[in-house]
Structure formats: C-alpha cells, structure tokens
Design a protein around this ligand. Sequence first.
Ligand code: NA7
Length: 574
Amino acid sequence: MDSHVSSERASEVRLAGPKLAATRATALLSEPKDPGMNASNQATSVDVVIVGAGFAGLYQLYRARKAGLTARVIEAGEDVGGTWYWNRYPGARCDVESLDYSFSFDKELEQEWTWSERYATQPEILRYIKHVAERFDLARDIQFRTRVTRAVFDEQRKRWTVGTDAGESFDAQFCVLATGCLSIAQAPDFKGLSSFAGKWYHSADWPKEGVDFTGKRVGVIGTGSSGVQMIPLIAEQAGQLTVFQRTANFSVPAQNESLDEEAVRHAKAHYGERRASARESSNGLYLEANDKSALEVSEDERLREFEFRWKGAGGGFRMLRAFNDLLLNETANEYAADFVRSKIRAIVREPKVAELLCPKKDLRFGTKRLCVDSGYYETFNRPNVTLVDVKAAPIEEVTPRGLRTTEGEHELDVLVFATGFDAMTGALRAIDIRGIGGQSLRERWAHGPRTYLGISCAGFPNMFIIAGPGSPSVLSNVVHSIEEHVDWVTRLIQHARKRNADRIEAEAEAENDWVHHVNEVADRTLYPRGNSWYVGANIPGKPRVFMPYVGGVPAYRRILKEVAESGYRGFVLS
Ligand code: NA7
C-alpha cells in the first residue's frame, strides 16, 4: 500500500477500523513480548503510570510531581501533543478560542505565552504544548514511541501492571488514562484500497512533512470538522478537488482573525475574569449567552440575533448560544437550522450544490458537533471543486485509478480520509484493561461506557480516566475539564494516602446512579437524536449511547465539590 499510513506500527493501531481492529490491534494485544519485564528483567516501579502525553497527561505529570508522587508517562507518539501531535492536516485548528484553549494553572505561563490568532492552528497549539513540557521539565518522565497494550490490577498487591508493545512492564499503584477523546482514527475500510495507485492519507495521521497537492486530482471523503477545515485549503492547491459527502453537517464561520497587541494586552490583563466567566457557562467557554427562548421573540429579533452571531465578533460556537433552548426544543432548533440553510443558499451559487450542502431535517442543529469554518461553503463556487453525494450513490470501492460510486468512477491521484474517530471510548478499549477478578473493561463496556463521574469505574480500583465518558469532556472547553479532573484525582489520591488507604474504588451503586443521571440529563435535550460520534453512530456496531455529560460545567463542578466534601461519597477507600 503506497501510503505513509501503512508503514508505521503505531499508526496502524491508531487506525481502528473493522479490519485493523480484527487483525493488527488484536495481534498486538495477544502477542506481548515477555510481558512484565524490562531489559533488566525488572518492572519499573512508580506511584502513577500515566497513559498519554497530550494536555491531560502532561498536566497529570506536573500535578503528580507536585504531590510528591513518582510518575511515568507512556506515549505512542514521538513527542508530546496527543491529538495535536497527530492531526496535522491542512487547516487543522481548534474550534475553541486560543485564549481559552490553554492551561490556567500557572499565571506566569498564562502571561508569557502569546497567541497569534483567535483560533489557533495545529502548529501553534503544538508549539504551546512543547513549550509547557519544556518550561516544567516534563520530558524526563515521558517515554515516547511506546504504546500501552495492557493494564492488569493485582488484587493482592493493590497495584497495576502496565504492559507496552515493546514488551516492557510498569508497576504502579495508580493508573491514569489520559488517552484523549479523539485519538483512535476510524480506519478507511473500503474495498480495493490496497489496489489504489495513488497515495492516501487519514486526517488524524498526517505526514509530518506535509502533502503537496499542487495540480493533483484529489478526493476527500468526509465532511465533519476535519473535512470542513481542510477542503478550502486543498482546493486552493489541487488541480481538481472532489468532495465525497455522505451527510451534510452544519457549519458556521469562525470569523477568525489575528490577535493584535491591544487585544492580547487586554485579554492578559483580564485573564482571571475571562476564565471565571467561562467556568460559569454551560460549556466552559467564554461566549456571551442569550438567556431568551427562541420562541419568545419576534421573527425580526430572532434573525437579528442569529445574524449577529454569524457575522459578529467571534463567530463559531456563539451560534449555539443564540437562544437558551436551541438544543432543548425542536422548534427553536429548526429556527437555527433554517437560518444556516438560508446562509448556505445565499453563499453557494449553484442551487443544486447548495441544496446538497444543506443539512436535512433529520439532523438537528448542533446535535452533531457544529463545524467552525473559514470559507467552507464559498469553496464550492470554485471551478475546480465538485461535490458528490455518496448517500444517494454510495461508494462501492477504491480502484487503481480512483474511487467508484454506484454512479461511476472518479479518477484521483490522492485520496484523503477525513472519516473521524472511534471517539471517547476507542483509546480506552484499545488497551486490554483487567480489573478485579480479571474482568475486562472492554467486556464491561460492551453495551456502552460506564463510569462514576466520568473518572472512575467500579471493579477497576486505582484507575482514573481524565475527561472520560460521563463527564463534560468534549462538550466543554476540554483543557478546563482536564485541569479540573487532574486536580480532583490528585487530591483524591492525597486524601487516600493521608488515611493510609492504598485502594480507591468506585462503588457499583454510585456508578449505576451516575450512568442513570448522565442518560437522564441527555434525554432532556435533543443531543441523543443526532447521528454523531457523541453517540458512537459513526462506528459500525458501536452501541448507541450518548457519552458526554450534558449537565453543564458549573453543575458538574458542584457535584465534584460535593463528592469531595462528603469524604468522597461513592468511593470505597481501603
Ligand atoms: P467526524 O465529525 O466524525 O466526520 C467524519 C466524516 O466522515 C463524516 O462526514 C462522515 O459521514 C464521513 N464518513 C465516515 N465514514 C464514511 C464512509 N464510510 N463513507 C463516506 N463518508 C464517511 O470526524 P472529524 O475528524 O471531521 O471530526 C471529529 C472531531 O474532531 C470534531 O467533531 C471536532 O471535535 C474535532 P457521516 O456524517 O457519518 O455520514
């Protein structure tokens, strides 16, 4: 297969599609090379093993050290960054504003780092993460190019044995899974892919040296956030770009701009207030919310509000907060959906193409992650861009010359998969995790993830998940949620140590109640109705469960605080 993707072992496991999940990933899990021993025949012993060196793993390492714990981070990539290490496709940016999508734990760090744009690009975010790692001297406790394949809890010793694909073993009292919500890409499972004469790439495993599309015939499959971000830039370079769209999603303009000196000075002078205000909002973002119902205002006022948020300072997710019931009420939601459709029709000159780009009625606005773009719809006015509806005419196979749908063959030199991730649970299920009595986390989660507070699992003592399923995670400013989880977990460990307890476990009843609460809150919203990765709908065979906690950042923080103040209700410390 002539692609960089096929050449890297680490990459293969990150691409968990039906084929790879059944072959390579399983093979790696079942063929540990002498599990349990390092070269010296000794398992490396630490207080905490942390899996992953993205935002979560780095901050957990920092906090563990501060708490006097020895820690080792194990990371599959060659460097720090996690999601931001792998996702290097053209146009990759965060859809949360840079001033918010950054650590708040160190005021000097906050003041010394200067973001250049409202929405940071992937290279800038990666530079920031590297800066954090250097500033706090984190790399000396990180082992790169190593993938954790197995973690087994020893009940007698109350410790975890964590095994890697290199056959090494770590012995730790605590295992913190900082594996990220979007780290296992959905592998392209198209018939005939190995026969393709051109090159193919996945958005989440982009070559470091970049890809030159100049003059090429390029096909992009997928129109979620990754596709929507890369399509305008590839179109500028490619000779011909064909976009294969299965489901039209909603996209709103980022209104990105560079941050001038005055904007930066002002933001830094008021950083504390900005963070505090963000933390009081449902998604932990610094975006003005309108606390009116879309049903209580006149049509004029409604359109003015939507228009303001489409064009107004900041764009992006501000649209989700135009009214307080957009994700609660079908009619309110339809108003927002209609507004975006009207914009698409106004931007895209060819009416047939515009209609194809308009999300259908069965996709409620915002229930699938809203895309935040720069010039996405405008790109379809370019003469070198074609939109192909692969819902009406599904993809049959990849051929040596390109891609065949039921309506014919499209000749291509390069094929790009922007087909998304096995989100939220993929990276956790990729590790063979064994708790009490050897029970497997994969089996326990066969019908969907089960956690207490999105942090802990009954039957898996001394194991913690950062921004896991059942917590606000992807519905919040995830950097804020990471800091909150890491602080909370570290305090819990310190609390247990003070009481000479060396085993911390969530009670089954507390977990049951939390799972029930997560579902109950989600069912009050329109979210579970969207066929999105939030419910696992993009992965064939994945159980349909709404995974994040939608109760809001402030409510969740209050719950965490109450649990801690009650002496960690729902946990057994022994
Ligand atoms: P997404 O949002 O899951 O988008 C994946 C896209 O790929 C979506 O349009 C899918 O269509 C499409 N897709 C997936 N498989 C196929 C097949 N087999 N055929 C045709 N089209 C397919 O992933 P992204 O990487 O864009 O974004 C993930 C998150 O990263 C994003 O939400 C941000 O939080 C950052 P579908 O909609 O399933 O019909």
